[in-house]
Design a binder for this molecule. Structure first.
Ligand code: CA
Ligand code: CA
Ligand code: CA
Length: 400
C-alpha cells in the first residue's frame, strides 16, 4: 500500500513486498500461525488475558519485546496519546473503538460547532487532513480496502481482554489519535504533502500527543517540515515536545528517508527484525542513535471491517510495535510524570541501552551492529517476566 509521487515529501508507507495488511477470509487471529522462526514462541504465563490471538500464541511479536509486561490497569487513568500519521483508521473496529484518544469537549459538544475552539469542527478522534473533515475512518472509495492505519493502530493499542483479536503493548497505556494525512488511492489527493504534514504535526502536539508514530517515510523535505520536526523532536524545552517513532524501510532503499534521517534527540528509529532474530535483510542504513529492534514479519493485527484481522509483513509493523511498547512503558506509574525529554534521557537512554537483550546484528555489516532490543523487561515485573525475560530468551550480544 503506497502513497507514491515524485513530489517533495511524498510519503511511502514502509511495507514490504507483501504490501501491508491483507484481509483474509478466515481470520487468522485465533488460528495458530506458523510463519516466523523468531523466539520466544512461548507466551508469558498470563492466564487472565483472553484475547484469542494471544491465547493462540500468535502474539509472539508482543512477547519478543515483552510487551505484555507493560499491561497495567492503573495506566488507563493517565494514558499516553500516540498519534499515527497514516491513511486513517477504522474507529469502529472491535479492537480499536475503545482505544482511541478522545477530545472530550468535542465528544460531549455540539455537532457542527468547534466546541474547544481549536479551529477544527467536531474533531473527536483526530482529523482528516486529506478531506478536511473530522471523519478519520475509511469512507467512500476507501471502504473495504485494506487499512494500513487500522493495522498500525491495533499494533499500538488493540484492546485486551475483550476476547477478540489481539492486544497491543499499549492496550492499557496508549490511546490512539488518528491523523489522516494520506488517502487510500494514488491520485494527487493521496500524497502526503509537506504543508498537510506540518498542520497535522501541529495539531497532534497541540492536542497532547506525546508519541508520534510514522510507519511511513519520505525522501525529500522542506524547510517548514524540518523546522516542525526540530521543534517537536530536538528542542529540550519545547511546549510541543514529543517522541517521534520513525520507520526504517527494509526493501533495499539506499536511504531511510525522513523522519528517520533527522539527527534530532527524540527521533527513535524502529529497526525491523526478521527471521532468525536478525535485522531484516535490505534494511536501509541509519545513523547511530536511538535505534531499537522490533519484529516486522508474521504479525497479526486489525484490518478493514469491524471485526477482521490479517497477517502483515513489513517495517511498518516494527514501528507501531515499538510505539505501543514505548507508550506502555511511559504510562507506567514510575514514568508517567516524565516529560518527553526526561523519558528519553532517563528511561530510554539511561536504562534501555543497558539491557542484556540484544538483537543479532544481521548479515549486512556494519551500520546496525548491536541494535538494542526495545525491552519491557526493564519494568522488572518478575511475576510475569520469568519466561520471556530469561537470559537466553533472545540472543545476547554485548556492545562495547
Ligand atoms: Ca475542535
Ligand atoms: Ca462539535
Ligand atoms: Ca483484543
Amino acid at each position: 500500500m503506497l502513497f507514491r509521487s515524485g513530489a517533495a515529501a511524498a510519503m511511502v508507507v514502509a511495507a514490504t513486498a507483501c504490501g501491508g495488511a491483507v484481509p483474509t477470509h478466515s481470520d487468522p487471529a485465533c488460528t495458530s500461525l506458523v510463519c516466523s522462526t523468531l523466539l520466544p514462541a512461548a507466551a508469558p504465563d498470563d492466564s487472565e488475558t483472553n484475547d484469542c490471538a494471544y491465547r493462540a500464541r500468535n502474539q509472539w511479536w508482543l512477547d519478543y519485546v515483552a510487551g505484555s509486561l507493560t499491561w497495567d490497569e492503573r495506566a488507563r487513568e493517565h494514558p499516553v496519546t500516540v498519534a499515527i500519521f497514516d491513511d486513517g483508521a477504522d474507529t469502529g473496529h472491535v479492537d480499536l473503538r475503545n482505544q482511541l484518544w478522545s477530545n472530550a469537549r468535542e465528544a460531549s459538544g455540539t455537532p457542527g460547532v468547534d466546541d474547544d475552539g481549536n479551529g477544527f469542527v467536531d474533531d473527536v478522534h483526530g482529523w482528516d487532513f486529506v478531506d478536511e473533515d473530522p471523519i478519520v475512518a475509511p469512507q467512500g472509495e476507501c471502504l473495504g480496502r485494506p487499512q494500513h492505519g487500522t493495522f498500525m493502530a491495533s499494533l499500538i493499542a488493540a484492546e485486551r481482554n475483550n476476547r477478540r483479536g489481539i492486544a497491543g503493548a499499549g492496550a492499557d497505556g496508549a490511546r490512539v489519535m488518528i491523523m489522516r494525512v494520506a488517502g487510500c488511492g494514488r491520485d494527487a489527493r493521496d500524497r502526503a504533502d509537506p504543508a498537510r504534514l506540518v498542520r497535522a504535526l501541529q495539531y497532534a502536539t497541540r492536542m497532547g500527543a506525546r508519541i508520534l508514530s510514522f510507519s511511513a517515510h519520505w525522501n525529500d523535505t522542506t524547510a517548514q517540515l524540518d523546522a516542525a520536526f526540530a521543534e517537536i523532536a530536538d528542542r529540550p524545552d519545547s511546549p510541543h515536545a514529543a517522541l517521534v517513532v520513525a520507520s526504517v524501510p527494509n526493501k533495499g532503499e539506499p536511504t531511510a528517508g525522513y523522519p528517520a534521517a533527522y539527527p534530532f534527540r527524540r527521533i527513535i528509529r524502529a529497526i525491523p527484525i526478521g527471521d532468525e532474530d536478525t535485522i531484516s535483510p535490505g534494511v536501509s542504513p541509519v545513523a547511530p542513535g536511538l535505534n531499537f529492534g522490533a519484529p516486522s514479519a508474521c504479525v497479526v493485527g486489525a484490518t478493514s471491517g469491524p471485526d477482521r484481522f490479517g497477517v502483515s509483513h513489513g517495517s511498518s509493523n516494527s514501528t507501531a510495535i515499538l510505539a505501543g511498547l514505548l507508550a506502555g512503558i511511559w504510562s507506567s506509574p514510575d514514568y508517567v510524570m516524565s516529560t518527553p525529554e526526561e523519558f528519553v534521557t532517563q528511561v530510554i537512554e539511561g536504562r534501555m541501552h543497558h539491557t542484556k537483550r540484544r538483537s543479532r546484528p544481521g548479515s549486512r555489516p556494519p551500520f546496525l551492529e548491536g541494535v538494542a532490543l526495545a525491552d519491557a523487561c526493564l519494568l522488572e515485573k518478575s511475576e510475569r517476566a520469568a519466561r520471556v525475560c530469561a537470559e537466553g530468551a533472545a540472543v545476547a550480544i554485548m556492545i562495547p
